[in-house]
Structures are given as structure tokens and as C-alpha cells.
Design a protein around this ligand. Structure first.
Ligand code: ZN
Length: 356
């Protein structure tokens, strides 16, 4: 199997993030990708392909131009103002109650702030998403990884793996958040839909709901989104991911959320995976994009499900058995010691190979 990866991810190297206002060691760190690369190399069945530069057009096909402008300009602005800090996060966000009672038109016409402290809230979801000097460059690299993995499948490969870092599925059209800056999977799915003219399905198996992916395709009929995730009443992103979110307008019925109970095990999870796969099988085209997270793992420090390495092999096997071509893109997963083994297990399953 070809896997796409670039060292550009190293530029995004936050040392701390904040959790409920307190600094904690960052979870989304370069060591995550290092662990996966080492495990793929040790397995021997994976061939590294570097990404090609796709420019900004595929990003702007999915994201607001203002988000791209902000992410590119944010750190230079921090330096220009000589703000003494290792990372940038917002204090103030434009939450829904601030605008309650005002018309949609008036709210939509509120201008972007000029101060960096206002802009980082304007374009952000949460304060757990540290932006550092190299975040923009790394995020651009992750998009190129996703698009190159898609290119390989469009060129005839059956299954490819894109080791994206930073991840993407919390990034909405006009919003970064949850360790994500650009939505790698959404950008790839849009490009595949444009190229093939077929419906594309995104299967999201990260422990967190991919609120950004859902938002981007909410009113579109050409990209399906199915997600298994911890019930958002318990876990980030808290405000979306419920079962009654099914899409609207042309996208009505193209969104499937399957919230999982606390400490869901392999059997519980795989039963719902089968529901998602049947749903995809009934209406998707020949290519499926997978948002692959390992924060569903029983030892993950920020997830609350209980999947195992053997469960990941079985999950990959069932997704591979769909008989679709697969563009598999890395999202979360934060128990670094077992990340490589879990990834190899999943990918070997998807390729129809036995566990290592
Ligand atoms: Zn996650």
C-alpha cells in the first residue's frame, strides 16, 4: 500500500495546549506521526510517496478565503506586534447567544475584527487549538498529503493512506478548531466528487464528531457523511454530533451520526459500523474517504471509548470488504505508544491482510 507523508508536519510543534483554562502538555504532537511512520516501515508492506503541491485552489473550493488569509497571517502578526508567547489562542468567541434575536442578515454582516485577539476568536471554535509559528505551513502540507492520496486512488490505486498532521475534521468552512486548521478529508472528498462526478462518502471513525465535515457538506447531496463518535453530550465538540442531524435542503438524508455509549467496546462499535457501511453501500459511488482516528482506543488519554488493536484490524477488514476504493486519512489518536500498532492493524485489515 502506498502511504503519503511529509516532514512538513514538524513545523506544527505546540508544547502546551489549554484544558479548561489550564496549560497541559500538547496532545497533537509530531511524535504521533513519528510513531506511525516507524510502524509502517517496520511492517514493510507500505511504500512512502511524498505529496505534490496542489496550491490553494482546492482549499478555497471548501473553505472561506478569510480563514486561509487569517491562518497565513496570524503568526506573522503575532511577531509584528511582538506579543511574547509560544502559541496563540483566543479568549473571546462569537457564540450564538451573543446574537440572539438579531436578524441573520445583520449577524452575517458583522465585520471581522482587526485586532489579532478578535480575529483568532472570529475564525476559531475553541481555546484548545494552539496556533504556533509553523502551524500554517504544516496545515498546508497536510492538505497536500490528502490530495495526493486522493490522486493516487483516482489514478487507479485501490487503497491509499495519507498520514495527515495536523488533522482536519473539526475545521468548518470558516472555522479552525480541535487541533484542526484545514479540513483535509473534506478537501479531498470535494476534489474526488469534482473529478469523478460520482457521489463520495466520508466515513469518520475518530472518537470525536467531525463537526467541520458535517457543516461543509450539510446542504450537499454529492458528499455523504457518516460518523461514529462519542456522544457529544459527554465529549468534544459538545454542540454537534447528535443522531437527529441528517442534513437539510439538497443534503437532507446525506448525514448519519451514530453516537456511542461510554466505554463502547469492539462488539458495540462494530455493530454500528455495519449500519454505517450498509448506509454507504446503498448510495455511495466507487470511492470512500475514511477519517481515521485512534482516539477510540481503550487507553487514549482524551477519548472515552474502549476499542482494541484487534478491533482495529476487524474495523479495517469490514471497511475494505465494502469493495470500494479507499482514501484513508489520519485524524486523531493520542496514546502514542500504541498508535503505530493500531494503524498497521487497521490498514492491514483494509488491505485484506491478516494481523501482523
Ligand atoms: Zn479526535
Amino acid at each position: 500500500m502506498q502511504f503519503v507523508h511529509t516532514e512538513r508536519h514538524r513545523a506544527h510543534d505546540p508544547k502546551v495546549e489549554t484544558y479548561l483554562g489550564l496549560p497541559i502538555p500538547a496532545n497533537e504532537v509530531p511524535a504521533r506521526a513519528d510513531a506511525i511512520v516507524a510502524a509502517l516501515a517496520a511492517d514493510g508492506g507500505f511504500e512512502l510517496t511524498p505529496p505534490t503541491d496542489h496550491g490553494t485552489a482546492p482549499i478555497l473550493a471548501v473553505h472561506d478565503a478569510g480563514l486561509l488569509r487569517f491562518l497565513e497571517a496570524a503568526w506573522p502578526e503575532v511577531e509584528r506586534q511582538r506579543l511574547s508567547r509560544e502559541f496563540l489562542v483566543a479568549d473571546t468567541y462569537p457564540t450564538r447567544s451573543m446574537f440572539a434575536g438579531m436578524s441573520d442578515a445583520l449577524v452575517a454582516a458583522r465585520p471581522e475584527p482587526v485586532a489579532i485577539g478578535g480575529r483568532v476568536g472570529w475564525w476559531g471554535l475553541d481555546s484548545s487549538n494552539p496556533l504556533v509559528a509553523g502551524s500554517y505551513d504544516a496545515a498546508r502540507g497536510a492538505v497536500d498529503v490528502a490530495l495526493t492520496a486522493a490522486d493516487l486512488v483516482l489514478g487507479g490505486e485501490t487503497v491509499t493512506y495519507g498520514l495527515c498532521r495536523p488533522p482536519g475534521h473539526h475545521a468548518a468552512a470558516a472555522m479552525a478548531g480541535g487541533y484542526c486548521f484545514f479540513n483535509n478529508a473534506a478537501i479531498a472528498a470535494h476534489a474526488i466528487a469534482e473529478s469523478t462526478g460520482e457521489r463520495v462518502a466520508i466515513l469518520d471513525v475518530d472518537v470525536h464528531h467531525g463537526n467541520g465535515t458535517q457543516q461543509i457538506f450539510w446542504r450537499r447531496s454529492d458528499v455523504l457523511y457518516a460518523s461514529l463518535h462519542a456522544d457529544p453530550r459527554r465529549l468534544y465538540p459538545f454542540f454537534l454530533g447528535h443522531a437527529d442531524e441528517v442534513g437539510e435542503g439538497p443534503g437532507a438524508g446525506t448525514n448519519l451520526n451514530l453516537p456511542q455509549p461510554l466505554r463502547a467496546d469492539d462488539a458495540t462499535y462494530l455493530a454500528d459500523l455495519d449500519r454505517a457501511l450498509e448506509w454507504i453501500d446503498a448510495s455511495a459511488g466507487s470511492i470512500v474517504v475514511v477519517s481515521l482516528g485512534f482516539d477510540t482506543y481503550e487507553r487514549d488519554p482524551i477519548g472515552d471509548l474502549a476499542l482494541t488493536t484487534a478491533g482495529y484490524h476487524e474495523m479495517g477488514r469490514r471497511v475494505g470488504a465494502l469493495g470500494r476504493r479507499l482514501v484513508i486519512l489520519q485524524e486523531g489518536g493520542y496514546f502514542v505508544p500504541d498508535l503505530g500498532a493500531n494503524c498497521v492493524a487497521w490498514l492491514r485489515g483494509a488491505a485484506g491482510q491478516p494481523p501482523a
